[in-house]
Design a protein around this ligand. Structure first.
Ligand code: GDP
Ligand code: MG
Ligand code: ZN
Ligand code: ZN
Length: 896
């Protein structure tokens, strides 16, 4: 590629940054193809690009290495299949590759980049990304990434995938897979229990190699399916077996929906209609219509087979190979030692092994400890075994046979006494329920059920017990208020309806368990009533309506926005995780109520995204088409009418408004009164009202800011993110005389909305001023957040042992330290009020510098009693040992 092409196709973003991509016409640049595999890739690259896609580069010019001023290089969305060798020679002083997602680089090439620098961002390979994302929480990300890249030295191309047989009982799944394997037909085969695993070898359609499929034959009834779906992973071939004789075409649609909900578009699905000799399927099934709906995953035609006679088996086998060959992992490079170790593990006769035993098996195959962890992580993500490396109570056990686990869970789901007690499982029952499992593993199984959000431990029961979300009563309990009741005086409401594209069996059970930290003990099969006590006095109701196709979320509080977004994020995260293929609209109900004794609510709804657009473009109101009243856009989105005056903008304005509200004396009011806020609001005072809004929004802001950082943090560092940094003063001298370049850093616990310093993790160190300048953009963001917390959240939530004066002194010192440094520019612009946060942009170098420091200060990264946890909305946080039990109750002890 010559430099003309370079300049015309590169979008310059200032002297130091480049975004590479061909704008406009979407023309592709060819690159030399050598092997057969590359030919295939090239074929895909030359497909006409979709409209609106900008990045189309298929190769990078070697001249890149000459741009010595280059600091940032973004390769997002291109179609790179190779990197010039020169790029790998650049050190990270020259180029920081911001992102290579969307490109088509192999793991090895990305690995070369990864070795250059480890804040690379998503690697573009979903599975490896997820692997690293989940493992990085332990602070091991970089080393595991390295282990993975290192393992590729003896790599070879592998052609392997999972083949999952799904369909109704008796459809003919087990008979079909037996025949595909070349076995003979067994009339009157007995029903499959649980999951049966096997192998199937197929000839690759275009390359001189075989494809190896691990077959999963799912048996059993509905009850098992809730747990079986944990193993329905993406990047697999699904064979949907359907008995044409029964002619129930609706079941085909139901299964297709379920598969797509669970795995999104990242799978291949084929339909095999059995008993073709007796009953032609073509007539029963409108295949063109199915293709229209499921074309992205569904094979082009229907396969009719008869397992008794063998009709159609040959063409099904060929088609299976063709579909499997389309999976993204075909031909991926995997270490031979890894393959050997994996085969040993999966062939083991025990259903589970200790982590140590697994590592020994790996070691025998030449896979060292580091690489064994990465291998186990990858096999876990591919659904081949289960190993929860991040959970201290689970990481000692590796489950090799999925059925061993699904059965254990189904024994609980089938337990009659548990059903009769509304889902309360007394741990004393577990000896009986799990009599076929060794008692030493019962605590592990119970923890696993918690990991899967099947159950949680009840803290206030008279004997040790857990609540099983799937078994709560059908009958709704009496609630403090119903969805349609008007809110009490002084109480505001924020509401949204999630209109779901499909049914989501088990959704409420999972919501009940996932949000158990907010439990009120009020739950039923179709709803749960939650509360956030503390300063916010918030109540939340999650309820299924419209035959399970709509989820209503309503929060009521003096200031509902904080709890509302906590719950909404939790719900959205759960939907993303469990049903990646699910689509939904967010609808905000009209707030008008008709006059009359029951104050009936107007049935009108507004799309939330449209409201956000109006809000951003400064449109204050809109008219409801149902009731024709004028509705306040800001009130619909935040429960607070628009603030007149300056546009709500960046953090500075928010902070200024907050300080104003506080100067009005609100802080004293709140500190003096221990009464719940709801009572205070009874004697409403305009200033107090404004102040409450600020508190909720600050708490929300704090959380959102932490979340933003989490996203960066997951790909960058495995250390806490909040800290106070103060200069260390020389003894004997006045406080103002700073002992040059010596600092003290105290790590903060990131518990919920009440962050606090963790004095056990307090370190002194020496670093040059340059270092301080490097981390300044991040440190300023931290400072701002902590200042807000110290002003508002901490006094309100009244943490008993927090030394507020000490905190304020530290923040003061940190502030004057940072004020000597140049301030980075603040990003501006309108935002979605749900995400109304503009965090200080941190571009990676400061986080790297910080992580390096923290790793040096505490090489084991335990920070004297801090733990990494995942919250209900699944972001990662560091919390102190005092708050850790709120996230992880520890290993259960099961009574004998
Ligand atoms: N005639 C005929 N019988 C079949 C066919 N496939 C399965 N069967 C019978 O249908 C019953 C259920 O089959 P099975 O493979 O156990 O179904 P699964 O529950 O889906 O695994 C058994 O009695 C089989 O012998 C087929 O293609 N033709
Ligand atoms: Mg079967
Ligand atoms: Zn209305
Ligand atoms: Zn804490």
């Amino acid at each position: 590629m010559n430099s003309d092409v370079m300049t015309s196709h590169w979008t310059d973003r200032g002297e130091q940054g480049l975004r590479l991509g061909t704008p406009g016409n979407g023309q592709c640049h060819k690159f030399p193809t050598t092997s057969r595999r590359e030919h295939r890739v090239a074929g895909q690259l030359l497909d006409p690009p979709a409209a609106g896609q900008a990045g189309r580069l298929t190769e990078l010019p070697a001249e890149l290495a000459q741009l010595t001023n280059l600091r940032h290089l973004s390769l997002t969305g291109n179609r790179l299949a190779e990197l010039p060798a020169e790029l790998a020679q650049l050190t990270d002083i020259h180029v920081q590759v911001r992102s290579v997602s969307g490109n088509r680089l192999t793991e090895r090439e990305i690995g070369q980049l990864a070795a250059l620098q480890d804040d690379l961002g998503p690697l573009g390979n979903r599975l490896v990304d997820r692997l690293l994302g989940s493992l990085v929480a332990q602070g091991q990300g970089p080393s595991l990434r390295r282990a993975y890249v290192d393992s590729l030295t003896d790599a070879e191309a592998r052609y392997e995938a999972k083949l999952l047989l799904v369909g109704d009982p008796e459809a003919g799944k087990s008979s079909l897979i037996a025949r595909l394997r070349g076995e003979r037909f067994l009339p009157g085969r007995s029903a499959t229990h649980g999951i049966e695993l096997g192998w199937l070898q197929l000839q690759h359609p275009s390359e001189p190699t075989t494809i190896t499929l691990r077959t999963w034959d799912f048996g059993g009834q509905e009850l098992y399916q809730a747990t079986q779906q944990l193993f329905m992973t993406p990047q697999a071939v699904y064979l949907l077996v359907w008995d044409a004789r029964r002619g129930d075409a609706e079941r085909v649609g139901a299964w297709l929906r379920r598969i797509r909900l669970l795995v999104g578009d990242d799978a291949r699905v084929m339909i095999a209609a059995t008993r073709a000799d007796e009953h032609p399927a073509e007539a029963e099934l409108d295949y063109p219509a199915l293709l229209q709906h499921y074309g992205t995953v569904l094979a082009e035609r229907l396969y009719e087979v008869d397992s008794r006679s063998g009709t159609g088996l040959e063409s099904l086998l060929a088609a299976l190979a063709a579909e499997a060959a389309k999976l993204p992992q075909m031909g991926e490079q995997v270490s031979r030692r890894w393959v050997a170790a994996r085969d040993q593990l999966l062939a083991h006769r025990e259903p589970q092994l200790s982590y140590q035993a697994c590592k020994e098996i790996c070691a025998k195959q030449g896979v060292g400890a580091d690489q064994a962890d990465a291998l186990l992580g990858l096999l876990h993500l591919r659904g081949q075994l289960l190993h929860y490396a991040n959970d201290p109570d689970l990481r000692e056990v590796v489950v090799l046979q999925p059925d061993w686990l699904t059965r254990a869970i189904s024994y609980v789901l089938e337990d009659l006494p548990t059903r009769q007690s509304g889902g309360v499982l007394a741990h004393a029952r577990l000896r009986e329920v799990w009599q076929v499992y060794p008692p030493s593993l019962h605590p592990y199984l119970l923890r696993l059920m918690e990991q899967f959000d099947v159950s949680y431990r009840l803290s206030d029961a008279d004997q040790p017990s857990s609540l099983v979300g799937h078994l709560v009563p059908h009958q709704p309990p009496t609630l403090p208020w119903q969805l349609d009741d008007p809110p009490a005086r002084g109480i505001r409401e924020l509401a949204v309806r999630l209109a779901l594209s499909d049914e989501t069996p088990g959704l409420m059970a999972w919501l009940i368990v996932r949000h158990h930290r907010f439990t009120t003990g009020l739950h039923w099969r179709r709803g749960v009533f939650l509360a956030l006590a503390d300063g916010f006095a918030s109540q939340g109701l999650l309820e299924l309506a419209a035959e399970g196709r709509e989820l209503a979320l309503t929060v009521r509080a003096p200031e509902p926005s904080y709890f509302f977004f906590v719950l909404l994020d939790g719900v959205r995260q759960l939907l993303r995780e469990r049903w990646p293929g699910l689509a939904y609209d967010l609808l905000v109900p009209c707030q008008h109520r008709y006059s009359g004794p029951d104050q009936r609510r107007c049935p009108g709804r507004f799309r939330r995204d449209v409201l956000v657009q109006l809000y951003q473009s400064g449109e204050p109101t809109l008219r409801c088409p149902e009731c024709a009243t004028v509705q306040d856009v800001a009130r619909l989105l935040t429960a607070v009418a628009a603030v007149r005056g300056p546009e709500p903008g960046g953090t500075i304005e928010l902070e200024a408004r907050l300080v104003q509200a506080l100067q009005g004396g609100m802080q004293q009011v709140l500190q003096a009164e221990l009464a719940p806020i709801a009572d205070l609001v009874g004697s409403i005072d305009a200033r107090l009202d404004a102040g409450l809004t600020e508190i909720g929004q600050t708490a929300h802001f704090t959380r959102a800011l932490l979340q933003r950082w989490t996203i960066r943090y997951e790909t960058t560092s495995g250390t806490p993110r909040l800290f106070t940094l103060t200069p260390v003063t020389k003894e004997g001298l006045s406080k103002a005389a700073v002992w040059q370049d010596r600092y003290q850093l105290t790590v903060w616990c990131e518990h919920d909305d009440k962050p606090h310093p963790w004095p056990s993790a307090c370190y002194q160190f020496t670093r040059p001023k340059d270092w301080l300048v490097t981390i300044a953009p991040y440190a300023i963001g931290v400072l701002r957040l902590l200042q807000l917390a110290a002003k508002v959240t901490l006094p309100v939530t009244i943490l008993a042992d927090v030394d507020l004066k000490g905190i304020n002194d530290d923040l003061e010192a940190m502030s004057s330290l940072l004020q000597q440094l140049p301030l980075p520019p603040q990003p501006r612009g309108p935002a979605d009020p749900g995400q109304a946060v503009h965090p200080v942009q941190a571009d990676g170098s400061e986080l790297r510098a910080l992580r390096a420091l923290l790793t040096e200060l505490d090489p084991r990264r335990t920070f004297n009693g801090m733990y990494v946890v995942a919250t209900s909305s699944w972001d990662v946080r560091w919390v102190c040992q005092d708050h850790y039990p709120a996230y992880n109750p520890g290993p259960p002890s099961i009574p004998a």
